[in-house]
Design a protein around this ligand. Sequence first.
Ligand SMILES: *Cc1c(COP(=O)(O)O)cnc(C)c1O
Length: 379
Amino acid sequence: MKFNTKTIHGGQTHDPAYGAVMPPIYQTSTYAQSTPGGHKGYEYSRTHNPTRSALENAFASIENGTYGLAFASGLAAMDAVMKLLKPGDEVISTNDLYGGSYRLFTKIFQDFGIKFHFVGMEKASAIEDYVTSNTKLIWVETPTNPMMNIIDIKAVSEIARNHHILLAVDNTFATPYLQQPLDLGADIVMHSATKYLGGHSDVVMGALIVKDKALADKLYFIQNASGAVCGPQDSFLVLRGIKTLHVRMQRHCENGKAIAEFLASHPKVEKVYWPGFENHPNHEVAKAQMKDFGGMVSFTTKNNNFSEAIKTVEKLKVFTLAESLGGVESLAGHPASMTHASIPKEEREKTGVVDSLIRLSVGIEDIDDLIADLKQALE
Ligand SMILES: *Cc1c(COP(=O)(O)O)cnc(C)c1O
């Protein structure tokens, strides 16, 4: 089955009771048993729920995996991965990381005796310097947020395999429409399904997808034992979102390209961060591992002025000033005062998060309206 068919049919069967084309929202915590243990595959909804199962099968299908797991949020999914580890274990992670992921690692799991190394992975070989006999996990995010760095998943997976280290890839920004990390050698794919998979800014959810049965069994155990599961209504919403992922992504990519090019030619704009440009440092890797370049674009203005950047985002009318990304509507954010405000100025500027940096999640509206909106806001 091709990807554009998998988004709609992958892992799905029609409801056995009435042939409902969409799985019913099984809003139930428990299931009647005819005799103790005599049930139809479902006992208690923390463990299993038919609507969630339909979604988990869809997750597995679109990422070319075998097993999918749905969680209450992207961070809950990451939390489950971290629970594969023990005190003394070490993790090598991308340095330009989603802020909440960095917080989970450094404020929760570091206190449980897990050691983290944050490494610039634009050259995969940089990882080798941090590998020890205790390294159990490599955590990769690509493209990164908000600087749009690209990491070569295949090159990292070879290093991981040579040292028998698990490789997990946060595929939230790219989505399986653009890149499929399991096919490139990753062991675990993680998603904030809150973003492009859900796609309508109406639900918070996380996902894990794996191929290996033993690894899946450990993660299912953690999912049930720790209990950060999502409800059936949210499962239904994300399943519905996935059905249009391929058409939404196609438009996100088209609009993202048009906006990156518009910004690059604007006299007030200093630099545009978008992996589709030939002068992007890892453009060749992006071209090889991604089908297209996505709908996320960051840029800076020439005067690099904090208050002017704030004025610009406030003036936007079609773009909404908000956290998050990946919905049908265009969003704009100012990392220095929003997502990265808690990081000291010198620290954030080292990774490129300067005062004038604006991050756009380009939606699927008419491109003329989006460009006109940016034009008036930059004036
Ligand atoms: C939003 C996000 C997360 C966290 O997901 P939640 O659903 O908000 O818990 C993790 N990684 C990336 C790249 C994200 O954008």
